[in-house]
Design a protein around this ligand. Structure first.
Ligand SMILES: Nc1ncnc2c1ncn2[C@@H]1O[C@H](COP(=O)(O)OP(=O)(O)OP(=O)(O)O)[C@@H](O)[C@H]1O
Ligand SMILES: [Mg+2]
Length: 279
């Protein structure tokens, strides 16, 4: 059985003026609503309803194969790039259906950026990697300033400012991952999806990325898939726990404030998973 704990979609806001409290819509960056994802005939994700708040870090945890990567790829329409893949249900971005007729997936992906597990810089210079997205998006302003701003936001500027024309592939793994984050944020997306961004990194590089994520949420909404539960506990505001059923379909077990998930989860399966008693 699946129980999903969620914040109500409306929240009470006390009026400062002594007027009666008003109902105000919570500001979600992205919402999955009864989302089902298929690869051909195979159901990989069933009925996931997950509202991800603006300027929050939302963590997605769960065992291998439960559909975490599938879920994040549905959030910026990368799932449809797999031949035979399709979805049912809805993904809302700023309240609008991302799969509605007329939505340009390329434009959508410029507003919902993605950082992958393995750093994947282009075989070009450090500078060219960050400038790339700006160029294809027709950036009108000062390119060098925009590159510097993105590298500073990604906490990489000081390490690369004297070697901007060096190949990106000459950077360390942790630097390459921060470069990929700089490339993703250069075009000022609203949401950054990160699929296990630290799994190829050592603990020091991991800490650098975690510091970065905490700072980035002031500007962006972040969704991070991680196998590292300490990481989810350290960086995220809310956590979704997914499991996989006998038919290998992933489903949402529980979604709540991260602190609650890790200290007092509502569901036995969550408790078993976070305490390592998962079988
Ligand atoms: N391109 C694909 N074609 C067919 N099936 C796929 C594809 N990608 C994933 N799947 C299937 O969808 C299910 C969910 O996979 P997914 O990669 O989303 O899991 P995950 O939770 O990210 O796992 P991991 O923690 O190992 O990365 C699995 O059963 C997987 O075999
Ligand atoms: Mg995955």
């Amino acid at each position: 059985m699946t129980t999903v704990r969620m914040r109500p979609i409306m929240t009470r806001v006390a009026a400062k003026t002594g007027e009666p409290a008003q109902e105000t819509a919570v500001d979600y960056a992205i919402e999955a609503r009864s989302l089902r994802a298929y690869y051909g005939e195979n159901l990989a994700l069933k009925d996931v309803t997950l509202p991800m708040r603006r300027n929050y870090v939302t963590a997605i945890i769960g065992p291998s194969g439960c559909g975490k990567s599938t879920l994040v790829r549905c959030l910026n329409r990368m799932h449809e790039l797999v031949p035979g893949a399709r979805i049912e249900g809805k993904v809302l971005f700023g309240g609008a259906d991302i799969n509605a007729a007329g939505v340009d997936p390329v434009e959508l992906r410029s507003r919902i950026g993605m950082v992958f597990q393995k750093p994947n810089p282009f075989p070009k210079s450090i500078y060219a990697n960050v400038a790339f997205g700006l160029k294809i998006n027709g950036h009108k302003g000062n390119m060098a300033e925009a590159v510097e701003r993105s590298l500073r936001q990604a906490a990489l500027w000081d390490e690369v400012k004297d070697r901007l024309n060096s190949p990106a592939l000459s950077l360390s793994g942790g630097q390459q991952q921060r470069l990929c984050i700089a490339r993703a944020i250069a075009i000022e997306p609203e949401v950054v999806l990160m699929d296990e961004p630290c799994s190829a990194l050592d603990p020091i590089a991991t800490m650098a990325i975690e510091d970065l994520i905490r700072r980035l949420k002031e500007r962006y909404s972040i969704v991070i898939v991680t196998h590292n539960m300490q990481q989810a506990a350290r960086v995220s505001d809310e956590t979704a726990f997914l499991m996989v059923d006998q038919d290998r379909a992933g489903y949402l077990v529980e979604f709540d404030a991260t602190e609650r998930i890790f200290t007092n989860p509502s569901h036995e399966q969550t408790e078993a998973y976070i305490t390592g008693r998962f079988s």
